[in-house]
Design a protein around this ligand. Structure first.
Ligand code: NAD
Length: 310
């Protein structure tokens, strides 16, 4: 059975999404360069509106979306959709929470390996005519303690990957941790303070909420091992960046890798002054596979909602 709903896609998304929707009879307007003013003008014509990261669907836009039944984000967070406005209009808001889990977990693995062997520092040095062979004596991940804060989709995937490297996994979450998973990776459950004190690597996988804002602050950083390294691929704001800068600069922390920042784009961020820090421009979900998986998940969810299955 086909549907005749009209869909506005506001950002660049994997073509598989168009295909799934059109194969099911939906009329798709693919407008990856549409401006906020154009969205305000047109949004009332559509039953379904889809965004990725470029477009923010504001209250003002959503209030005009009189025919809209579904707003979909082809990604994990819903920071760029005014969910209160959507609820008031009775619009269902969906995302593709599972789409990025492997991409982000692999990025964390790469960060840990780079921090352990200082590959980014060695690369920078060669480009500047320096051969730092003697200075760059690294460490191995095998046998080290990895503390994972937040054991949802990404945290769990990371636990499985790190276990394959023979790391010891410590986990903390505010909700009970899945027992089967804990058994599979030999996870040691701990409270946050114990995890921070005991880990060689700490990776954050929590949402940004009032309760997680600056979850890692100067006091928490001061309890960590001087050699410990912290990785944030969750959301800027979960770590206090000023406190992190001071901890690393003063030698009280071993290093950090950040993919997300309080202010993005993070051009001019002072953490870039520090050698044992790796910074990337929010690329956690930026893989072909993750984009395609997210597009597939959203396409299937929309069809299932229209069929009344979910
Ligand atoms: P998820 O919802 O599956 O898991 C989050 C986990 O954090 C849950 O188990 C939750 O109980 C736990 N949690 C919440 N508050 C906590 C707290 N105070 N202390 C400890 N645990 C807490 O989410 P996910 O899909 O695994 O994503 C995790 C984070 O990664 C999110 O912030 C998401 O926005 C971010 N993310 C970033 C990128 C990127 O491009 N870097 C891509 C995808 C997701």
């Amino acid at each position: 059975m086909g549907f005749d709903d009209s869909v506005l896609i506001c950002d660049e998304v994997d073509p598989v999404l168009n295909k799934i929707l059109e194969d099911n009879g939906l009329k798709v307007s693919y407008e990856p360069k549409i401006t906020p003013d154009q969205i305000k003008e047109k949004i009332s014509n559509f039953n379904i509106v889809i965004v990725r990261s470029r477009t923010t669907l504001t209250k003002e836009m959503i209030e005009k979306a009189d025919k809209c039944k579904i707003i979909a984000r082809v990604g994990v967070g819903l920071d760029n959709v005014d969910q209160v406005a959507a609820k008031e209009k009775n619009i269902r808001v969906i995302n593709a929470a599972e789409g990025a889990m492997n991409a982000v977990a692999e990025l964390v693995l790469g960060f840990m390996l780079s921090l352990a062997r200082q590959t980014t520092r060695g690369d920078r040095a060669i480009r500047n005519g320096q051969w730092l062979k003697n200075e760059l004596k690294g460490t191995e991940l095998r046998g080290k303690y990895l503390g994972i804060v937040g054991l949802g989709n990404i945290g769990k995937r990371l636990g499985r990957l790190a276990r394959a490297l023979n790391m010891n996994i410590i986990g903390y979450d505010v909700v009970p941790i899945d027992e089967e998973f804990a058994k599979e990776v030999g996870l040691m459950k701990a409270d946050l303070d114990t995890l921070l004190q005991s880990s060689d690597y700490i990776s954050l996988h929590v949402p940004l909420l009032d309760s997680t804002y600056h979850l890692i602050n100067a006091q928490k950083l001061s309890t960590m091992k001087k050699t410990a390294k912290i990785i944030n691929t969750s959301r800027g704001g979960v770590i206090d960046e000023d406190a992190l800068y001071e901890a690393i600069k003063s030698g009280n922390l071993g290093g950090a890798a950040l993919d997300v920042f309080e202010k993005e784009p993070a051009i001019g961020n002072k953490l870039a002054e520090l050698d044992n820090v790796i910074l990337t421009p929010h690329i956690g979900a930026q893989t072909k596979e993750a984009q395609s998986l997210a597009a597939n998940i959203i396409g299937e969810k929309i069809i299932q909602i229209l069929r009344g299955v979910i």
